[in-house]
Write a protein that binds this ligand. Sequence first.
Ligand SMILES: Cc1ncc(COP(=O)(O)O)c(C=O)c1O
Length: 383
Amino acid sequence: MEGPTVTVDLAALRHNLGVLRARLQPGVRLLAALKADAYGHGASVLAPALERAGADAFGVATAAEALALRACGVTRPILLFTPLRQHLAELVDARVELTVADRSDLAAIEAAAPAAPARVHVKLDSGMGRLGGPPEEALALVTAVERSRHARLEALWTHLARADEPDVSLADGFTARQLDRFEAALAAVRAAGVEIRSAHAANSAACLWLPRAHYDMVRPGLALYGHHANPAAEALMPPGIPALRPVATLQAPVIFVKRAVRGSPVSYGATYRAPRDTVIATVQLGYADGYPRAAGNRAHALVHGQRVNVVGRVCMDQLMLDVGSLADSVTVGDAVTFLGPDGPSIADLAARLGTVSYELLTHLSAPRLAREYVGGEARERAA
Ligand SMILES: Cc1ncc(COP(=O)(O)O)c(C=O)c1O
């Protein structure tokens, strides 16, 4: 390997899609959340692969992300999760479906006067506290959309704040209350005679364990990439769900090896001192490659299948490992695994650093990281 590399396993991606699909009743559509460059995995490759594997729709967060999916040949529906004020006519032209969270979002669409009516998903805030109007006011907003000649109502939707905590959700009813509010809004709108073609709420966690939230479409992200938002919740999932397979592996090469006597300092601030005579390996991976600086003295990696510690501060371009336990077997050019199915898990690293797998995955978009795709079907390999 020439430098730090992310290997993306498309077979694992298809496996995870199958695991999620198996949780759904027939006819429920699956929208794959591909925002933030497919959580760092590379949307331009994953979107066509997921489309071929049967994903029904895609979700993104920015206009650029939506248009990039069309540019790489995606034909299925694309939903922009975020209400936007710019590029609206262009987005509608590209058949991107828009989120409307309040009247001003609708006004922006009307001002843009797209050539064809925008397909609109009306967003309700049932408890996330981020975007959307109160479910009690859904009818007014939906009616305004229905009356607009520049918009066509496609769906009502909401986002769950605590679906990844089945224990809390079940014990104090937080998620059930969100769904109660959402369903009351759906019922009120339908009672007023408005046809709601689609309703959606479920992220990965709800997709896996909460059938009530599936409605006619689900929106998983993290589970497609092989991870649970809350690994502790895995034990609370219904039995028999096959294990998800991590899609990304992060590896980097050793570029220098040296002996260090007991007490030798390592890296900026000399925060690590060799506790005994040892061997220190320097690896070409730093925080400019997306590996968090906070991992210094806290994380581990795998060399020759053996666990070794990341020692001293992570630098911009390199980090150091104490490989004394591997005798003299480590040499320049050896591949070190920092994340992946056969290495440290992203959930473990996230827990050590006080963050979440989502944040660490998005770091895989660092431009210096090389990306390799494996496990593609024949036509993907040929592409
Ligand atoms: C609106 C929306 N839907 C779905 C998802 C997918 O969530 P997850 O990655 O937990 O499955 C996200 C991601 O945070 C989101 O913002």
